[in-house]
Design a protein around this ligand. Structure first.
Ligand SMILES: [Mn+2]
Length: 469
């Protein structure tokens, strides 16, 4: 049979190369080893049932190569649904309908890359929201593969991302990874649930020519962010929605453009994880959210190693094991209860107009032997707790080494103007080097901690001034 080499994954030596070959007649993509060295775009003869290419009439036929790419494009189109998915909540569905042309265009690109065996890199934020989105895409791909065989030869890599910015280091890593491949089309980068901070601009600069990029996000639109100029940048804020339309839900919707897989629990897990007003908690959604929160905080539970990468496959291995899941949920609950009790013992409170600001040093909360809970997400849970105990609207400021995490009761989010206060700190101090987030959740990161206490004091006073105005 005859096919076009669509992607070469370079091994340590040429014999270890893995070739993705698209059958010129059927359009299906498979991987082969080869006894001769081939280049992307070349025609190869191969035996259908053999995993090795031995005889290859190597040539380059532009017409056949173009036919293969066009065929993948046409096939991708057939796999993407025209009719917008409906969740049954107006705010969500209105935004989904407006976004659908963008989402389905992105999905057509995604499926085409998949059909061609071109490298796909998927980065997702390491929280319940980002990981539920990645897991939904994973499940959709599994279903698509089982039904059609598409993606079996996929060069897909997953990377859990521990920050809200796509820094130039991250981009260099992706760039280097892509150097391990040669393909007839650009590789694809899919980003799920990163922020819109300008700190990502340098990373975007590094990869924007090298990759086609699909960027699914739901953070407020920050001025100067370079991601907006990407062709496949999709954010509900641009379509009448807001942060309550979670990135996890957006990725679930993206997955639904080409798959009928049931990801409703994952959508709910993302709503719970990001405190979305669209949350209609179910028992299974609640459990999944807590489990994803735990696994993305402490990867050693899945991989055995701290700070290691976590893939949706790893998440899936736990989710399908009911007994292990229950044990882990108990463990998470105990850890969280201990941390809340410790925080309530050490918290400092300040009055700010009719609101209250609670300041906590995370060192008093969790020891360093464990990764769970992580400070940012713990700040959200602590806000829930202090809101339960206080009739006044509350703000939580939690600091941990060079990080300051803030959570604000939604009722006073406008008045607190958290994002404005963060910007003020950036302007006032040279060592405040990243920060941002949502109106009711944000983080400041310091490049060094020489004037840490002064910055925290100034920051709290700024929010206090806003609240008292
Ligand atoms: Mn999110």
């Amino acid at each position: 049979m005859r096919g076009v080499v669509s992607c070469v994954k370079h091994g340590g030596s040429p014999e270890e190369n893995v070739y993705s070959v698209v059958d010129a007649d059927s359009g299906s993509c498979r991987t082969f080893k080869s006894t001769i060295v081939l280049k992307e775009g070349e025609l190869a003869e191969f035996e259908p049932e053999d995993g090795i290419i031995r005889t290859a009439a190597i040539s380059f036929d532009e017409k056949i190569a173009k036919g293969v790419v066009d065929g993948a494009g046409a096939s991708a189109k057939r796999h993407v649904k025209n009719k917008p998915y409906k969740h049954g909540q107006k705010g969500l569905d209105d935004a989904t309908t407006k976004m659908w042309p963008k989402l389905s265009a992105a999905a057509r690109l995604f499926i085409r890359k998949l059909l061609l065996g071109v490298p796909i890199m998927i980065r997702f934020h390491n929280d319940a929201d980002g990981s539920s989105g990645a897991y939904a895409v994973y499940k959709a791909l599994e279903e698509l593969g089982a039904k059609t065989g598409i993606g079996a030869a996929g060069n897909i890599s997953w990377k859990m991302h521990r920050s809200v910015a796509y820094a130039s280091d991250d981009a260099s890593g992706d760039y280097m990874l892509s150097n391990g491949y040669a393909s007839i089309e650009k590789p694809l980068l899919l980003i799920i649930d990163f922020g819109t901070s300008v700190e990502s601009n340098s990373g975007i600069d590094v990869v924007s020519k090298r990759f086609d990029i699909i960027w699914l996000d739901h953070h407020p639109l920050e001025k100067g962010f370079g991601g907006f100029s990407l062709e496949h940048y999709i954010n509900p804020w641009q379509y009448g929605g807001d942060s309550n339309y979670t990135a996890g839900f957006l990725a679930c919707t993206f997955a639904r453009t080409f798959s009928g897989v049931d990801v409703s629990d994952l959508a709910e897990a993302s709503f719970i994880g990001d405190y979305s007003e669209y949350s209609r908690p179910t028992e299974s959604g609640r459990k999944l959210s807590m489990l994803l929160d735990l696994l993305t905080s402490d990867t050693s539970i899945v991989t055995g190693a701290r700070d290691s990468n976590l893939s949706p496959e790893g998440i899936n291995s736990v989710v399908i094991d009911g007994k292990r899941t229950e044990e882990l949920l108990d463990y998470a609950k105990n850890k969280l209860d201990e941390a809340i009790a410790a925080a309530l013992r050490s918290v400092k409170m300040q009055k700010a107009g009719s609101a209250r600001i609670f300041i906590v040093d995370f060192k008093d909360v969790r020891d360093d032997t464990s990764r769970y809970p992580l400070p940012g997400r713990f700040a959200s849970k602590l806000l829930d707790k202090v809101a339960e105990l206080n009739p006044e609207p509350c703000v939580v400021v939690l600091h941990f080494n060079r990080f300051v995490s803030v959570r604000v009761d939604k009722k006073i989010a406008d008045k607190t103007n958290l994002l404005g206060a963060i910007r003020e700190m950036k302007d006032a101090y040279t060592n405040v080097d990243s920060g941002g987030g949502h109106m009711s959740a944000g983080t400041i990161k310091l490049s060094n901690d020489e004037n840490r206490n002064e910055i925290i004091r100034h920051f709290v006073n700024t929010m206090k001034r806003n609240l008292e105005a």
